[in-house]
Design a protein around this ligand. Sequence first.
Ligand code: ATP
Ligand code: MG
Ligand code: MG
Length: 347
Amino acid sequence: GATIGILGGGQLGRMLSVAAARLGFRTHVFEPGAEPPAGHVAHRVTTAPYDDEAALRAFAESVDVVTYEFENIPTEALDLIETIRPIHPNRRALAISQDRIREKSFLNDLGLATAPWAEVTDRASLDEAIALIGTPGILKTTRLGYDGKGQARIMSPSDAPEALAAMAGATAVLEGFVDFSCEISVIAARGLDGSVACYDPGQNVHRNGILHTTTVPAQIPAARASDAVLIAGRILNALDYVGVMGVELFVTPEGLLVNEIAPRVHNSGHWTQAGCTVDQFEQHIRAIAGWPLGDGARYADVEMLNLIGDDIGKVPDYARQPRTQIHLYGKAVAKPGRKMGHVNRVL
Ligand code: ATP
Ligand code: MG
Ligand code: MG
């Protein structure tokens, strides 16, 4: 049987490994950190830093295709792997999503709307950006941010020095604060043959910058939902993308704005495990393995609830509830803000 290489051994790598195993594939996970959640289910794990060329080479040679579960893989590691095995989704998709400025430029060039934004490298460019965009706004590091980390709100121009200090010298982007009516995301897939399949948009609620719940169907007009799906399809086609992508959008009275894209399976797509015949993890494995995309039609209304930090203590209660599916990531320590698991409730 074929072996799928997965860069990153977190919960997404774990759930990808389960899906791969169900389809008869082996998985080999490459993860710098000790005791990765994916380690419990992958056939093989390499624990090595991304600059260990020998380990990367051996990893690539042991697999048939390489994918990844997070965006922030060093470019040099990918350069090396790509000389040995194909990487899906492709490098361009990854490079664009690694950098908020490239991402927004790409989206705007496609004719897709985003929050107004401007690049910020120092105090002068921040003052200019505030003059252009106004307040309130959000300053975000262009790279390496996730779960709301690397962000600072600017409620009035006097917040500028503190917000800039929070960027710690990194290049940033100032975004105008979007007064959205809700947030949604589209989990979209594209196969090796170019076919596209999108799951129904889910409605997302964040707490402290971290996804709290995703509910399907999103409470938006049908026309907005199809707009969102069409936007996702355009993004995938423009990138000649293979695999699953998460597209986060703001719904406003004026229309949809794209917040960001994630070139991987996505937390806001976990509901598909309880709502669809083929969930996002199987869909991703199918796509990168060159299989036909599976049936992602939604057959239930679902609420996905993230278990963050101490929420793990509520598992015994959830375990007694009907129509409830529990997913735990096997992480030993429940630090605040750490994603420990999730619950899918069929509504
Ligand atoms: P993720 O974990 O999804 O990758 P992230 O750290 O990349 O998160 P964003 O998605 O940019 O961060 O922002 C996190 C949340 O903060 C958004 O889902 C939204 O709720 C809020 N937010 C971000 N940018 C804006 C904006 N310009 N206007 C209003 N709210 C925003
Ligand atoms: Mg992000
Ligand atoms: Mg986000």
